[in-house]
Design a protein around this ligand. Structure first.
Ligand code: FE2
Length: 373
């Protein structure tokens, strides 16, 4: 039985305000930027590269409301991101937090056992001082701590406004990052729960296991960690044994280790959002038509009419607090690794556990086609 608790038992060792951005390492940022603009409606925001004094890599910052993506490509085989890309393929390198003090956040985490990537460093220009530190999390993923309180520039030193030719894309109206999910190896989920409890002081507020989510073939276990202010929610998945390879195992094989499995983006009008994303060419998981048989018996009364939900393939789930609507994209790389979730919350604080069964069946159809089941 899935357990959801709203009780806060964590400790605020240092103030976690909210997520600052997600940084992706990709093989060709120029083309990835085009994809995120045309498919997901992200807007050009800032740029750093050789022209601005950043010699070894290019980074494009894309924005949509409170969502910031930094898309980075190394410019030589000597940059560490080149090895990272050879191992993992395009994916999430950094889940960065906005903090009050980058040094305090870093030193506080390291004092409780976190592995440092780098202590706080300062960069300055005529707009002030920007500070950043970083620690390691699962796989080759890191958490940066970004301090901007003494910085009034656009993004960070060396970044200039990003100007690109106009493209045609429908605005999906995405608002913010709702949660970011990590996949870790079998038997490691509780270690990472402990990591987020001990290092960040987060609370484990959702627990589910293979009895909640399984098909005949595969299953998963998950623990969801959150910050005190609910702005940061990190589900951690591990595979559970099934007859055949689970989707989490497939991810771990192709990503060559743990990493970010999906990023959930929040909307306040999922019908408008999915319509726009589908028109922009985003490829979503197929939802079997039978999913909608008896949906109202499963979830009760909802504000939306069934026809557009069914037409767009939107999933619905209910918990004690309310309901949610969601849909999952197919992986956005050729390796079956990172994908996106679109979510609208109508009171629910869960993650759509009731949909995972339908979802797993759909994912397995795709896995089967790849010959990985
Ligand atoms: Fe999710």
């Amino acid at each position: 039985m899935a357990i959801i608790t709203t009780e806060w038992t964590g400790k605020e060792y240092f103030q976690i305000t909210e997520l600052d951005h997600i940084e992706f390492y990709v093989g060709n940022a120029k083309q990835a930027v085009h994809y995120y603009r045309s498919a997901f409606g992200m807007q050009p925001f800032a740029y750093a590269g050789p022209e601005t004094g950043q010699k070894d890599r290019v980074s494009y910052v894309l924005k949509q409301k409170k969502i910031f993506f930094v898309i980075t490509t190394p410019l030589s085989s000597h940059h560490p991101a080149t090895n990272w890309l050879a191992t993992h393929g395009d994916g999430v390198r950094d889940i960065a937090f906005k903090v009050d003090c980058a040094q305090t956040a870093h030193d506080s985490c390291v004092s409780r056992g976190a592995e440092s990537i780098h202590p706080s460093k300062s960069w300055g220009d005529s707009d002030g001082i920007y500070q950043k530190s970083a620690i390691k999390t699962y796989g080759d993923t890191i958490h940066s701590f970004v301090e901007r309180k003494a910085y009034n520039g656009l993004w960070a030193p060396r970044y200039v406004p990003l100007k690109l030719p106009t493209i045609h894309s429908e605005d999906p109206g995405l608002l913010l990052i709702d949660h970011i999910v990590g996949n870790v190896e079998e038997g490691k989920m509780n270690d990472w729960r402990d990591f987020y409890e001990n290092i960040f002081g987060f609370t484990n507020f959702v627990v589910f296991d293979e009895n909640d989510i399984s098909t005949k073939f595969s299953a998963l276990k998950s623990r969801v960690m959150r910050s005190k202010n609910w702005k940061v929610k990190f589900p951690i998945n591990e595979p559970a044994s099934g007859l055949k390879k689970s989707q989490i195992e497939e991810y771990l094989d192709f990503n060559e280790g743990p990493g970010v499995q999906h990023i959930a983006l929040l909307t306040d009008n999922i019908i408008k959002t999915i319509t726009a994303l589908r028109n922009n060419g985003v490829d979503f998981l197929y939802v079997p038509e039978t999913y909608y048989d008896g949906l109202s018996n499963r979830v009760g009364d909802i504000d939306e009419t069934l026809a557009p939900l069914k037409e767009l393939g939107i999933l619905v789930d209910r918990d004690d607090e309310g309901y949610l609507l969601q849909l999952f994209s197919k992986p956005v790389e050729d390796r079956p690794t990172l994908f996106y979730e679109i979510i609208q919350r109508k009171g629910s604080i869960g993650f759509g556990q009731g949909n995972f069964q339908a979802l797993f069946e759909s994912i397995e159809i795709e896995q089967e086609k790849r010959g990985n089941l």
